[in-house]
Ligand binder design. Structure first.
Ligand SMILES: Cc1cc2nc3c(=O)[nH]c(=O)nc-3n(C[C@H](O)[C@H](O)[C@H](O)COP(=O)(O)O)c2cc1C
Length: 187
């Protein structure tokens, strides 16, 4: 049974991110995957302090909710994460998670866990799709992360003027479902 970690970083309850991740959850549950959904809005995850305390031990000096989340991420066969675009970047909630992965490059003996497929879903109103995808490329192709990612795909959902846009747009929900099916394919 595949372990699927779904991560919502949008702060908006019932918003676009929720709708897309719900669509992903539906597909993953249909194939009997073991699904865990994490809402960043319910967690306490502090900024990376750049202290490099993790360099020796591989463990961040801050004992907040990131520790448990990282353990879940390592165990997952598939990660699907959504982020809203703020100021032409992935929102700070998502970037904070990436920043907290300092241990993956600072600690030379760090082990990343199960190799996995990753699906990224970005929602925005009018930011340029290719540029938003490029941001994901720049991060997920870093050697410290790419060594545990067998493949990834990014979907950008533009025109999200309202919190209910994705929920009301069948084509968007279908894209989220298709992305999920792809992450669940055998290598
Ligand atoms: C502070 C802030 C900054 C934003 N900046 C952008 C932006 O640069 N480009 C864009 O297309 N949309 C921008 N948006 C719109 C959000 O990306 C969009 O509404 C998103 O789909 C919200 O997802 P949600 O419903 O899950 O909250 C911004 C929204 C906020 C609150």
């Amino acid at each position: 049974m595949k372990k699927v970690l779904l991560m919502i970083t949008s702060p908006t309850k019932g918003g676009n991110g929720d709708a897309l991740i719900n669509a992903a959850a539906k597909v993953a549950k249909q194939v009997q995957a073991e699904v865990t959904t994490v809402h960043m809005r319910d967690l306490q995850v502090h900024f990376c302090q750049a202290c490099y305390g993790c360099a020796r031990t591989g463990v961040c000096v801050q004992n907040d909710d990131f520790r448990a989340l990282l353990k879940q991420a390592h165990k997952a066969d598939v990660i699907i994460a959504e982020a809203p675009i703020y100021y032409n970047c992935m929102a700070a909630q998502m970037m904070t998670l990436f920043n907290r992965l300092c241990c993956t490059f600072a600690c030379k003996t760090y082990e990343l866990g199960v190799p996995k497929r990753v699906g990224m879903m970005l929602t925005c109103t009018g930011s340029e799709e290719a540029e938003m995808k490029h941001q994901v490329d720049l991060i997920l192709t870093l050697p410290s992360l790419s060594r545990s990612i067998t493949a990834y795909q990014t979907e950008v959902f533009t025109g999200c003027q309202e919190a209910t846009t994705c929920q009301k747009t069948t084509a968007y929900l279908e894209r989220a479902e298709r992305l999920t099916r792809w992450t669940l394919e055998e290598e």
